[in-house]
Design a protein around this ligand. Structure first.
Ligand code: NAD
Ligand code: MG
Length: 393
């Protein structure tokens, strides 16, 4: 029986993963080791009653008594707090979904690699903050990382049977987000509610807002570089409002292989769950005759400054990715809390990168996860200062 763990099981990726595990036989097919959630005790307990994990973990410490009550008499172990989440990752499982949002997903994913199994990586922040360390850790333990971002799963699938040296260019698509067609001058006044709706994908709130600002695509460019090992110049972004072509790979003979599919994360999750086999998956089939046409455009640099910042981060290398991601997370918190405007987020991130590179820290190549976590903390502190200055103006 295959053993599996799902980190971030109560989120958007987590729920889709639970859906597939359940459809593919649930406890008849899988021995579930750990399910972890952030705060939603009720949902975590429901999932645990169905999938019978060895342990159910809630990241919020204060929620432990409620989780204990909800699972009383089931024999399922209950734990709480960030340490307990990391401890759950030390329990061996053949397949682990890394579906926590943000830098909080880094340590559990990293730990899970030590068992040499498969890490299904939705948490792109892990590769942005600590790509070389994560890939080296996987190699060291003979573990496999499978990408679960739709674009990266698409590239991975286009590369089956191909040699990396024949790859000329990797193109990842972007819907353009909620504000693709807004006049630029209106962006500064965009509200949290407006930024939290995505034209094509149903996702967690944070990645949805990051799609509107294209910080999500900025993270994904770095994710592409780290996962596939290509040079920054080989990565292209194409605005594709229909979100049906997820990525394209151009080879040195001029041929391009693209990946199309309905915007449903259960495809990428299901591919990683069943790899190298392809299982029957409950995603809609495209009727291209009905769809008729697909459109593509180059991204407008004035509308999406995050894309330029991603290029700066790749050029700087070292710890710049960790600083970038942390500053982005704090800027996003600031926007959600109403402290800064939508367009101020990029300015905050740029200012944090510039202050940290001034102090000489971010160019260094990290030799340990601790260095990454230290940069993460420092960038969060500086971002807090920058936001306080910005919101005073
Ligand atoms: P979400 O907000 O819906 O869910 C996040 C999960 O992480 C929840 O279970 C939440 O409780 C948990 N969590 C949040 N903070 C935590 C913390 N500090 N410690 C422990 N657990 C915590 O997010 P999502 O949209 O499912 O995204 C998850 C990851 O997958 C992100 O890295 C995102 O970029 C990536 N991703 C998501 C999608 C998508 O369609 N939703 C697509 C591609 C990639
Ligand atoms: Mg994506």
């Amino acid at each position: 029986m295959r053993s599996v763990s799902v980190f971030g099981s109560t989120g958007s990726i987590g729920e889709s993963t639970i859906d597939l595990l359940t459809r593919q036989g649930g406890t008849e097919t899988y021995r579930v080791v750990a399910l972890t959630g952030g705060r939603n005790v009720r949902r975590l307990a429901e999932q645990a009653r169905v999938l019978r994990p060895e342990v159910a973990v809630i990241a919020e410490e204060a929620a432990l008594p409620a989780l204990r009550d909800a699972l009383a008499g089931t024999g399922i172990e209950t734990t709480a707090g960030p340490e307990a989440v990391a401890e759950a990752a030390l329990r061996p499982a053949d397949w682990v979904m890394s579906g926590i949002v943000g830098a909080a997903g880094l340590v559990p994913g990293f730990r899970a690699l030590a068992h040499g199994g498969t890490l299904a990586l939705a948490n792109k922040e892990s590769l942005v903050t600590a790509g070389p360390l994560l890939m080296a850790e996987a190699r060291r333990h003979g573990a496999r990382i499978l990408p679960v971002d739709s674009e990266h799963s698409a590239v991975f699938q286009a590369l089956v049977g191909e040699e990396m040296e024949t790859v000329e260019r990797i193109t990842i698509t972007a819907s353009g987000g909620a504000f693709r067609d807004w006049p630029l001058e209106r962006l500064a006044r965009a509200t949290v509610a407006e930024a939290s709706t995505h034209p094509n994908w149903a996702m967690g709130q944070r990645i949805t807002i990051d799609s509107a600002s294209m910080f999500n695509k900025a993270l994904e460019v770095i994710e592409t570089r780290e996962f596939f090992g290509v040079a920054p110049e080989q990565i292209e972004i194409l605005v594709h409002p229909e979100s049906l072509v997820h990525a394209l790979v151009t080879f040195r003979d001029g041929g391009m292989i693209g990946h199309l599919g309905a915007p449903d994360m259960r495809h990428a999750i299901g591919y990683a769950l069943n790899w190298p086999a392809r299982a029957h998956l409950p995603v809609a089939r495209l009727n291209l005759a009905e769809i008729g046409s697909l459109t593509f455009a180059a991204p407008d640099p004035a509308r999406y400054p995050a894309l330029r910042l991603a290029r700066d981060v790749m050029a700087a290398g070292g710890l710049a990715g960790a600083a970038f991601n942390a500053a982005k997370e704090v800027a996003l918190d600031g926007f959600i809390a109403g402290r800064i405007g939508f367009t101020a987020m990029a300015g905050v991130v740029e200012e944090v990168l510039s202050r940290l590179s001034g102090s000489g820290g971010v160019g260094k190549t990290p030799s340990s996860l601790d260095m990454v976590l230290e940069t993460d903390r420092e960038a969060r502190r500086v971002a807090g200062v920058v936001i306080a200055e910005t919101s005073r103006i």
